[in-house]
Design a protein around this ligand. Structure first.
Ligand code: GUN
Length: 297
């Protein structure tokens, strides 16, 4: 029987453990604060940000939300980030990506105080991950590591093939999984749109992580028997539903499930973990900035 890894359940457990850390911070007079900034009218981005704000409310993190007209000058976003950097009640800042074309996203990432960079996108935080001394782990890769751990899948000595080389998922996950660490020690292959013989690389993997943004690209024929499959993709595809679309991953779930030993569904796999790990980083950020030692799950 293939195990369908329940991301909602694992995320709920992490959130429940985080609650203890938030209570400990409250005893020290600290309420973690997370600012989300949205400069987009993309419905998916709007939904993601509102879910992140709802998560904050539920666990007792102070959520601050700033919306900027997507047609406004870029400086409006940079001024906002500067204000949030200086605000002592804000411990974490997340600018939802993508930002409009007239805004330089690399400048946005560099503008955020690295101590408040709960996405771990700032070059200082990326460098620390590569050097094996992370301040924060980026939310989705960290969520993938926690899911593998919860499913009892050890990465030590295993072949992991990541399909996708984004700065948000593929590259940081590869860096985390090769680290000499209990939840690392893997042999990692990173594939992308120019990779030749992709199926050869996915078939030799013990763990396949699909993060390429192409609906249902990885199917059962590309996997070896007994592989673990982590699907990071969230793609809206036209469908005869009330909303006119449905969500599918980067993995063809039905055919992959026939071959895999364990697999994450979409939705309900990686998505809830990304959100939980954002809360985790916000709690960590509050602890660092307020000088309070917090136990993290
Ligand atoms: N857009 C898609 N994923 C993310 C993420 O993890 N963080 C931010 N800031 N924007 C995103």
């Amino acid at each position: 029987m293939t195990e369908v890894i329940d991301g909602n359940a694992v995320a709920a457990e992490i959130r429940s453990d985080l609650q203890d850390s938030i209570d400990a911070l409250a005893d020290a007079g600290v309420r973690p604060g997370l600012a989300t900034v949205l400069m987009s009218d993309d419905p998916a981005s709007e939904t993601y940000v509102s879910m992140k704000q709802r998560d904050c409310d539920e666990v007792g993190i102070e959520g601050i939300h700033v919306e900027i007209d997507p047609d406004a000058p870029a400086e409006e976003l940079f001024d906002t980030v500067e204000d949030l950097n200086a605000d002592p009640e804000v411990h974490g800042i997340l600018v939802q990506m993508p930002v409009p074309d007239h805004v330089d996203d690399r400048r946005v990432i560099r503008a955020i105080d690295p101590e408040k960079d709960v996405d771990a996108f700032h070059p200082e935080n990326v460098g620390r991950i590569v050097a094996g001394d992370p301040r924060y782990r980026p939310c989705t890769p960290h969520g993938v590591q926690k899911l593998l751990d919860a499913a009892g899948v050890e990465t030590e000595g295993k072949d992991v093939t990541i399909v996708g080389r984004s700065n948000i998922v593929g590259k940081p996950l590869a860096n985390l999984l090769v680290q000499k660490a209990e939840d690392g020690n893997a042999t990692v292959t990173v594939c992308h749109s120019r990779t030749e013989n992709l199926a050869e690389k996915t078939r030799r993997a013990d763990v396949v992580v699909a993060a390429c943004g192409v609906p249902e690209m990885i199917d059962g024929s590309m996997l070896s028997e007994g592989a673990t499959v982590i699907d990071v993709g969230v793609n809206r595809v036209d469908a005869d539903t009330e909303k006119g679309y449905e969500l599918v991953g980067d993995v063809d779930f039905e055919s992959a499930k026939e071959v895999a030993e364990a697999i994450t569904p979409v939705p309900g796999g990686v998505g809830p973990m990304t959100r939980a790990m954002l809360l985790y980083n916000t709690v960590a950020a509050a602890g660092h900035q307020e000088g309070v030692d917090v136990d993290l799950p």
